[in-house]
Design a protein around this ligand. Sequence first.
Ligand code: GLU
Length: 578
Amino acid sequence: MKSRRRAQEAGSMLLKYIQPSSVSRNNKNWFHSAVNTEPKVELHTGAAVVDNLRNSDGKGIAETVFNLYKNQETHMMNMSEIFTVIEKSGIRRSDPRLATFLSKLSILHEHLGEKNTTLSNLHVDETTFCQLTEDNLVLLNQIVRNDIIIPDWKSFTNQITEMFNRCKDNQEGEVASYIPQLSRYNPDLWGMSICTIDGQRFSLGDVNEKFTLQSCVKPFTYAICLSELGNEGVHKYIGQEPSGRNFNDLSLDTSNKPHNPMLNAGAMMSCALILKKIFPCLGLAEKYDFLLNYLKRIAGGEFIGFNNSVFLSERENAYRNFAMAYYMQENKCFPEGTDIHDCLDLYFQSCSLEVTSESLSVLGATLANGGICPITGENVLNASSVRDTLSLMYSCGMYNYSGQFAFKVGLPAKSGVSGCVLLVIPNLMAVALWSPPIDSIGNSERALQFCEELVEVYSFHRFENLNNLVSQKMDPRRQTHELKTLNTLTLLFSAVAGDVSSLHRHYLQGVDMTICDYDGRTALHLAAAEGRMHAVKFLLETCRVPPSPQDRWGHTPQEEAFRFGHDEVGRFFDNYLI
Ligand code: GLU
């Protein structure tokens, strides 16, 4: 109640404070009032988590971040410091999880009327920084600590760029021509987008061109059915076996069910289940909206459109799909009361939904992330439905190449005749690939080459041996245990070199700043012995490490400073040794 009233009060004050002249900058609460903070829920984070974001000294994370990045003389922070860290991490400024921070910042920018500076170049004090970041602290904290699934984003994306460029030269394949709308695509188009489970994004090539999902929609209609109806409710009507036949083959399995949901017959059945079993009271138009909105949530609100001419053309040229639907009706496959024309219409509509490789990568990343959309934190699909979907993508997702693809690439994927391939690396990321020329089986030539090259370089194949003494392949994932050992080592080196920003990073990552080597020498000993005043100050003032630990010879950091002739540093310790 109280918080709602506060939000309402803040809202009613918004208009007043939009006029810069009416606001006193000295009023500490001006910013709060200026922004209508109807609290935006950061869905995968609770308030409790935010409350826990405190360091051992009890300081809030926002204050700590501010102190690390502020200018030590002016005690102000230039926002470019934070934007540099965000960009380096692979998280985009446009990420919905940073929306409140960004919108507060632009209101502040407008309000200050800073003519000569950009939004990302503003100087702010500690109170303002804390107010700007309070709603998006969990993600910001994760970014600043580099606690993200692929920590070295730059090296990873450099490798990906090389692979992408090599595939560009591949001139194999023909653009699908069964309907004129597809045959008009330029064969040179080639786009690739990655979205990780932490929402890191990377895109190359024709990533904003729209294309229809075609068969790539099948895992999603199936996952929606599973999420809404449960495994039994769905598999009463659809099998789970690869068929070994063409995607549009006129055949059913031995129980008279479509072989699996990745083939046309199975996907038609998913559409029938959506129509007849999920909110059966909804009309056809509402059912289309239901499907579209579901997909938009899986895509974190990114682009999903509809191509009406593809839809009309699909329907006009669908003799085989009609034949399949009648065959299924004859065999009493459908739920009672199914109108096969409605069912086919929804199937053609689903194939005619448009995406870009950007939005397709988020759709896939939600599958990689167990049903939680990485960029919104919304739990859209339940985890077991996603697991089942990935299993069938793995065994049946690449048409009649599925067995070979599972053998060579070892990852769940789905392809569509528009030239798209969605590759999912569970618990890591999704890669959306799109290039219209396809091989005789129906898979994009460039996309196939990319998938094969990816698992040549990285240990992503499900059955790859991850023992790095055996495997020559790289693994870009954060490796907690090794990272900890490495952190201890790099912490001590940073102290020797007086590299304060590296010390900052270690501190934010939760590295124990009092850790010592075999001789009992801590970062403070090393910084003092080398006369690194800023590092010593940082360790004592910010990290609050004990000022006089003894090494194996009984030396304290202060004694080390004097011993090596750094008297100023030695005297600085007096402030801490009373
Ligand atoms: N709309 C196509 C069909 O039903 C889908 C083709 C595909 O991508 O596999 O024939």
